[in-house]
Design a binder for this molecule. Structure first.
Ligand code: NAG
Ligand code: NAG
Ligand code: NAG
Ligand code: NAG
Ligand code: CU
Length: 190
């Protein structure tokens, strides 16, 4: 019984939860994120790739460069770390996504094309969930499109022709836990 209690405490303590995009392969943290975000935040960013941004924000130290690291945009991850991982998508193309959700927390979510320099969205959301991962629902009632869905790349004009200009960002705010999750997929248009 004590053991059960310890296991339970461990689970609650680590606030298991969280999620991230796994398909397409999203941007990941590396040495550029370490330099930009500082050792404290970087340690959290890398220790749990599924974890909420708030956990990293809580560990920001004097090494955090606010000009270079934007924790609430692409999770602070840097383009320089994954320059070799840029997808080419043609407007009108369907792109299949898979999100790995480790634990469900009720919130809302959306997917948008983002301008990486301006840190703004381009156009309308490509997918929008007014309610996302409602944690009152049992597995049989989990909407399949919360983890498997596809988007159609809109016409983005000439905005996304250079690597590092645009990404597709999946954004989830779990208001039940006050936790934010983001994954970015870097892409260019031909
Ligand atoms: C992205 O960068 C990280 C950190 O350098 C590395 O571990 C990972 O393999 C890279 N992934 C891809 C797909 O380039
Ligand atoms: C912070 O980042 C900016 C933008 O990359 C860079 O120009 C600046 O030198 C950095 N500051 C420090 C203290 O490293
Ligand atoms: C995505 O959802 C968040 C939270 O509701 C919101 O702040 C953001 O503006 C939304 N993005 C778009 C493109 O609607
Ligand atoms: C979550 O699901 C429960 C059970 O179906 C429902 O009562 C509740 O309204 C849902 N929450 C939201 C935010 O839709
Ligand atoms: Cu969580």
């Amino acid at each position: 019984m004590l053991r059960d209690l310890l296991v339970l405490t461990a689970l609650v303590g680590s606030a298991l939860g969280h999620g991230k995009v796994t398909i397409p392969t999203p941007r990941a943290p590396g040495t550029a994120a370490q330099a930009a975000c500082g050792a404290g935040a970087y340690k959290v960013l890398t220790s749990d790739l599924w974890g909420p941004i708030e956990n990293a924000a809580a560990k920001v130290d004097s090494g955090y460069n606010a000009t270079a690291c934007h924790l609430y945009f692409c999770k602070g991850y840097q383009f320089d770390d994954n320059k070799s991982n840029v997808y080419t998508y043609t407007p009108g193309q369907t792109v299949t996504f898979h999100v790995s959700i480790e634990a469900r927390h009720t919130g809302y979510a959306n997917v948008s094309v983002v301008d990486l320099a301006a840190r703004t969205t381009i156009g309308k959301p490509l997918y929008n969930w007014p309610v996302y991962t409602n944690n009152s629902l049992g597995p049989p009632d989990w909407p399949a499109d919360e983890t498997d869905f596809s988007i159609t790349l809109p016409d983005v004009g000439t905005k996304c022709q250079k690597a590092g200009a645009c990404a597709i960002q999946w954004y989830w705010y779990a208001y039940s836990n006050k936790q934010t999750y983001e994954s970015c997929v870097d892409f260019v248009t031909p």
